[in-house]
Design a binder for this molecule. Structure first.
Ligand code: C2E
Ligand code: MG
Ligand code: MG
Length: 681
């Protein structure tokens, strides 16, 4: 035991060899004399910490020199407890020199006769035997806003550094060295977003940490915190300090990663999942920053569906990526491009004139063709619609124009791109006006139902009629259905119009029945688009029932292509039939004439399209009609010829036993009053 003299008194400390033994175990010592309020640091302690040998008076002076100010009270408490008679006290403090953590333990060794403590031995040890903690903390400290040292053996949380927010809310709490469980649950229940609490509780449980650390040194958990009513994305990183995978001491870092997270989310929000390139949102954002005019191109691939159905969607996606690569190669510095969806892409060329755009699109087409050959996949034939864009133009509008231009050439194989034109623009304006006027026109009965009679060519008797809609515009002029039906079919309004016509015809029929007139069936057209609406059969059935008219008097015409195509349409047809509606196949022979259609059950009438009638007098046309009519009759169907304009046609059809004729030869479509006159005749 060494002796030292201080202020005329002798004090004791371990001799140098004993000190060396302690230091080799990472322990530095001092002695504490409570009665004198004096600490005497061992020589090696002085050397190691570069501190003073004597601390007088204690405890303040040691705390001031060796420990950081924030931990001073804790340090003082430690000595106070010894003064009050506790035998052994211990806590973790932060060293002033390098902010590293030191664990201070004081044990009373001598008492005077009255039992008052006379001297004590203090040891300072680095809490982590391997002395990595300080480095860890330093490594963490750049990125992490709050850092804690956790001693799982002592079940103690020691704050190393606290962020401003945490300091405000938890400063005092953490400085009281709370238990780990208490600290975590307090933090989670107060700061973590409710949805993330349970998961974080589980992640932070000692069991989970132990499990985790058995395999790795680092455990990361992301969660959301609520701060000032805002959501913050946070990351917790725990680093285990033991090398053998057991859990004794660890460093926990907490950081606000909202910025990174937002950036990451933004990245996802702007990237197209299929091509990995820009998506439409990104495209729009970039375009909005442009100051020079150019052209927006809407791009589509002819029959890309075939690729998906033949090669599968994985291959399909691969090809979409290849197409994207070709586009990327095609665009230049100031151009933009994005994948919209499926086989749709958008391009912005910062070109001044149309010719340059055409050239670029030609190049792209050639590139795509070459690439298809190289990849040995079906030829990728693109087609484009183009519209001029100027800064301040609305992108959606211009893109829409490009789409319209593209649609116009969808069916054409001779050209692969078209520019949005003035005619397109005025047609769109007109369509917009029609759309706007639709509802009021229905309400104000501006849609009129006209009736075109059907005659039996043998008896020349009126046997039926077809209801045909017309639109009376504001100037009193009649607008042909050819103008507005395609639009309403596209936007779905046709359904209301068809129903309106149907209801009008039902009501009229009922009126004539009630007036005791001869009643003849008046057929109505049902668009393919209307067929797709839910419960159309039930709705029509209900209307007829409500009005009180037998469905037999209101046959329904469905066009040939609609009748042919779809299984569900066939089913609908069956249901119309079951509900008692006679069904007519309209426009037979106009499109893809198919005798297969004739096999459809429950169609009772075949309406020959005007295009077939126009062939009368032509050898081939005559034979075709002969066979068609014969076949229809064999299948038990009635045949009506449409668009019959002259006597030759009537005579020919009569010879073939055509049941009825609807055409200008007998009558044009008539307004209600005129038609009404015919049924009394
Ligand atoms: P559609 O159903 O095939 O109607 C027959 C069309 O041929 C009518 O044209 C009629 O006026 C015309 N037509 C009849 N006989 C002759 C003739 O001898 N010569 C010539 N050149 N034409 C003749 P419209 O009224 O212009 O109707 C055109 C199409 O509009 C209709 O063809 C039908 O597809 C559609 N449509 C008319 N009304 C409605 C309706 O209420 N709903 C639906 N969905 N479509 C309707
Ligand atoms: Mg029709
Ligand atoms: Mg027709």
């Amino acid at each position: 035991m060494g002796e030292v003299l201080y202020k005329g008194k002798t004090y004791y400390e371990p001799d140098r060899r004993a000190q060396q033994a302690l230091v080799s175990a990472g322990i530095y010592s001092f002695r504490y004399y409570p009665k004198d309020s004096l600490v005497v640091a061992a020589d090696l302690t002085v050397e190691n910490f570069g501190c003073e040998k004597f601390y007088d008076p204690m405890p303040q002076s040691m705390a001031e020199q060796l420990i950081i100010p924030e931990d001073q009270t804790l340090c003082e408490d430690l000595f106070k407890k010894i003064d009050q008679g506790e035998k052994r006290v211990s806590t973790t403090l932060r060293c002033r020199r390098d902010q590293s953590l030191i664990c201070v333990t004081i044990t009373t060794t001598d008492w005077d006769g009255s039992g008052a403590p006379e001297s004590a031995i203090g040891i300072i040890e680095n809490p982590d035997e391997k002395t990595v903690s300080a480095e860890m903390v330093r490594a963490l400290s750049d990125d992490y806003h709050s850092i804690y040292y956790i001693d799982f053996d002592k079940n103690q949380v020691v704050p190393y550094r606290l962020s401003e927010d945490i300091e405000k809310e938890y400063g005092a709490f953490f400085r009281s060295r709370p238990e780990y469980g208490a600290a975590i649950s307090r933090y989670i229940s107060r700061t973590v977003m409710p949805e993330d609490r349970e998961e974080m509780m589980r992640a932070c449980s000692v069991t989970n940490l132990r499990e985790h650390f058995a395999e790795g040194k680092v455990f990361v958990h992301d969660f959301r915190a609520v701060r000032n009513d805002k959501t913050a994305f946070c990351r917790m990183k725990a680093v285990n300090l033991s090398a053998d995978g057991t859990l004794h001491k660890a460093i926990f870092g907490f950081s606000d990663i909202s910025k990174e997270k937002t950036r990451e989310l933004e990245r996802y929000a702007y990237i197209d999942p299929v091509t990995g390139g820009d998506n439409y949102v990104r495209f729009k954002k970039k375009l909005a920053e442009k100051t020079k005019r150019g052209y927006i191109v809407s791009m589509d691939i002819h029959s890309f569906k075939v690729v998906n159905s033949i090669c599968g969607t994985t291959k399909g996606d691969e090809i979409l990526r290849e197409i994207w690569h070709c586009i990327e190669k095609n665009i230049r510095g100031n151009d933009l491009a994005a994948h919209i969806n499926a086989d749709h892409y958008i391009i912005f060329y910062e070109e001044m004139d149309k010719a340059a755009v055409s050239e670029r699109l030609e190049m792209l087409t050639i590139q795509l063709g070459k690439r298809s050959v190289e990849l040995n996949v079906p030829q990728q034939l693109p087609y484009f619609g183009v519209s001029a864009w100027e800064p301040d133009n609305k992108i959606e509008q211009i893109y829409n124009e490009a789409n319209i231009a593209r649609h116009e050439i969808k069916e054409r194989k001779d050209i692969n791109h078209a520019f949005f034109s003035q005619e397109d623009a005025s047609r769109i304006l007109q369509e917009k006006q029609m759309e706007d006027a639709f509802e009021t026109s229905i309400r104000n009965h501006r849609f009129e139902v006209w009736y075109q009679p059907k005659y039996n060519p043998d008896t020349e008797q009126l046997v039926g009629a077809e209801a045909l809609v017309r639109w009376r515009d504001m100037d009193g002029k009649l607008v042909s259905p050819a103008v507005f039906i395609p639009l309403f079919e596209r936007n779905g309004m046709i359904r209301y119009l068809d129903e309106y016509v149907f209801r009008t015809v039902c009501t009229q029929q009922k009126k004539w029945i009630d007036e005791g007139r001869r009643v003849i069936p008046v057929s109505v057209n049902l668009s393919r688009a209307s067929l797709y609406f839910q419960n159309v059969v039930e709705r029509y059935q209900k209307i007829a029932a409500d009005v009180g008219v037998d469905p037999a008097y209101v046959p329904i015409e469905i066009t040939e292509t609609a009748a042919l195509d779809d299984k569900s349409i066939r089913m609908l047809a069956d249901r119309f039939y079951e509900a008692g509606f006679p069904l007519h196949i309209d426009d037979f022979g106009s499109g893809y004439s198919s005798f297969a259609t004739l096999n459809i059950m429950h169609f009772d009438t075949l309406k020959l399209d005007k295009s077939l009638i126009d062939y009368i007098g032509n050898y081939g046309g005559d034979r075709l009609l002969e066979h068609t009519i014969a076949l229809a009759k064999e299948l038990g169907m009635h045949v009506t010829a449409e668009g019959v304009e002259n006597e030759t046609q009537v005579a020919f059809l009569q010879k073939l036993n055509c049941d009825s004729i609807q055409g200008f030869y007998y009558s044009r479509p008539l307004p209600l009053e005129e038609f009404a006159k015919r049924i009394v005749e």
